[in-house]
Design a protein around this ligand. Structure first.
Ligand SMILES: [Zn+2]
Ligand SMILES: [Zn+2]
Ligand SMILES: [Zn+2]
Length: 272
């Protein structure tokens, strides 16, 4: 499986557009891996998680359009993950696609309502919405998918996904705090090869109710291995990083590499 991490920032990205904090200023000065657009990832060319407002930037950076994506998985409706206007740009007026295939979209009820509100109901031709039943696995193109419950927003069922294909698999784990018991039950024994987990809170010592910081992320890795959700030597990669967490890329590496956790950067490729 080839995973391309398109964006690794939280809601406001780094450097945040209106922010004068020391992290944003220093990130802008250093550039490179410290510049973080909003979170999204691809699995191969056909599967994508989330549609942030930085989709145009992501297509520029990768040097190709998203016209080959056939399966789009939404985690939740926060605007750094769900910017439905971009889907309008897939219509004929805005896009020429040589062999157009339907785009299957997976998400919760809030996403369905948001899509219909933004794009009309029924949805435009070529967009097929699938309502997700949490913990019920399904096939999507090349992938077997298990949607699990994240701990993130009180009034919305936020989702994370385990993606598997041909004996390999990984867990997508943003945005979330510490998982609830039923999610641990669903992940137990999967023996996945990688996990891409958020670290929004960085060095802040906050209870992991809606996000994870460095310490809860390290505990999360240990628990995933203990529950055999991950193989012993699985890759664990931190993403969804925020200036509020108070750590630059190099400082995050200093905090996480000793625990065997890599730090993602925009454009990172992960082969499992
Ligand atoms: Zn987010
Ligand atoms: Zn800032
Ligand atoms: Zn969120």
């Amino acid at each position: 499986m080839r995973i391309e991490i398109l964006g690794t920032g939280a809601s406001e990205g780094i450097p945040a557009v209106y922010c004068e904090c020391a992290i944003c200023r220093e990130a802008a000065r250093r550039g490179g891996k410290n510049i973080r657009s909003r979170a999204s990832l691809m699995v191969g060319e056909k599967h994508k998680v989330d549609l942030p407002p930085d989709t145009f930037l992501h297509s520029l950076r990768r040097g190709k359009p998203f016209s080959q994506v056939e399966h789009l998985f939404f985690t939740h409706s926060h605007p750094d993950h769900f910017y439905p206007h971009s889907l309008r740009l897939r219509a004929r007026t805005f896009a020429y696609i040589e062999s157009p295939r339907p785009l299957h979209i997976y998400g919760n009820e809030t996403i369905e309502e948001g899509l219909k509100g933004a794009l009309g109901s029924p949805l435009p031709e070529g967009l097929v919405f699938h309502s997700i039943e949490v913990f019920r696995s399904f096939d999507a193109g090349d992938l077997d998918v298990i949607p699990v419950k994240a701990s993130h927003k009180a009034n919305e069922l936020c989702l994370n996904y385990a993606f598997m294909s041909r004996g390999k698999g990984f867990l997508q784990a943003f945005d979330t705090g510490w998982y609830p018991d039923d999610t641990w039950n669903a992940l137990r024994g999967l023996l996945l090869d990688a996990a891409i987990i958020e670290c929004t809170a960085g060095k802040l010592d906050e209870p992991p109710t809606a996000h994870l910081g460095v310490k809860p992320l390290i505990r999360m890795k240990e628990k995933l291995i203990e529950e055999r959700a991950l193989r012993d030597n699985a890759r664990v990669i931190a993403t969804h990083l925020c200036h509020m967490g108070g750590l630059l890329h190099e400082e995050l590496e200093h905090a996480l590499l000793p625990a065997g956790i890599e730090v993602a950067y925009d454009g990172m490729l992960v082969e499992i």
